[in-house]
Design a protein. Structure first.
Length: 267
């Protein structure tokens, strides 16, 4: 399993770096595909939880929100994404009425969560890349910080982890691993600033600390969803890693948090 993870990383990372570099339509297509596959995996878990969801709305969100993020004029993206979320909420309420009694309130809530959890959060990858003049560098930094936290938590947890961080959700995640992930994240931020000084050291280190925390929250959220669905991996698409949600669960949280940090504090 370890070597499968390494091989997948050696193949996948150069592709991701190329997409980050290209930006534009190639990145949008990639985000849409991620959202579609992630939505499929989430609905697979929902079926095990006996939820009925609107496939049209969930899959539709995988197209709508990334396209809104890309085509909306600069400075108006937040308002457009919020408007899209409100429209989807109203559509789910309409579905509750006109499809009654096929869907109950739990089904509608699960469907709306599925429409926003993956597509809206992933769309922030596009928003970061659109930031000028350093969108390329900032998006690369977000990926590096996310990967660094995962790597640090894994290796430090295996070496020094003793006490479980959240035993009911993920017994293998330890407090030691969590601290290691944050330290790796901060160290990566410092190295990035050394070779690509687009931010001040205090700000980039603060971003490293915040990302180190939020990455682990994203990982635990996906663990909770899988626990409720009584499933080990969300899918089998990526050898050694599982599905799209297994691999990108941390990025679902780190991307929007980094985006708002950059918008509110850096620019």
């Amino acid at each position: 399993m370890f070597w499968k993870r390494i091989i997948s990383a050696l193949i996948g990372i150069p592709v991701l770096v190329l997409l980050i570099y290209l930006g534009g339509i190639p990145l949008v297509v990639f985000v849409v595909l991620l959202a579609l596959v992630g939505s499929y995996e989430l609905m697979r878990i929902y079926r095990r939880m006996h939820y009925q969801v609107s496939q049209f709305l969930v899959y539709g969100s995988a197209f709508l929100f990334p396209l809104l993020a890309y085509f909306t004029p600069d400075g108006r993206e937040g308002g457009c994404l919020f408007t899209g979320m409100i429209i989807f909420l109203i559509l789910h309420m309409v579905l509750l009425v006109f499809a009654f009694p096929r869907f109950d309130i739990g089904d509608i809530a699960a469907s709306y969560l599925g429409s926003c959890y993956i597509s809206v959060l992933l769309s922030h990858l596009i928003l970061i890349r659109k930031l000028t003049p350093y969108g390329l560098q900032l998006l690369l930094l977000v990926f590096l910080l996310t990967w660094a936290c995962d790597i640090g938590a894994y290796f430090i947890g295996r070496l020094f982890g003793r006490r479980a961080l959240c035993p009911t959700l993920s017994p293998r995640k330890t407090i030691g691993g969590s601290i290691g992930g944050i330290l790796f994240c901060v160290g990566t931020a410092a190295l990035f600033q050394l070779f690509c000084p687009i931010l001040s050291y205090p700000k980039v280190l603060l971003l490293g600390v915040i990302t180190g925390f939020i990455v682990q929250i994203g990982d635990l959220v996906e663990s909770a969803i899988k626990r409720m669905g009584k499933i080990k991996d969300s899918g089998t698409l990526i050898p050694g890693h599982g599905g799209v949600l297994d691999r990108f669960d941390s990025l679902l949280f780190s991307a929007p948090v980094a985006y708002f940090f950059i918008k509110l504090i850096l620019f």
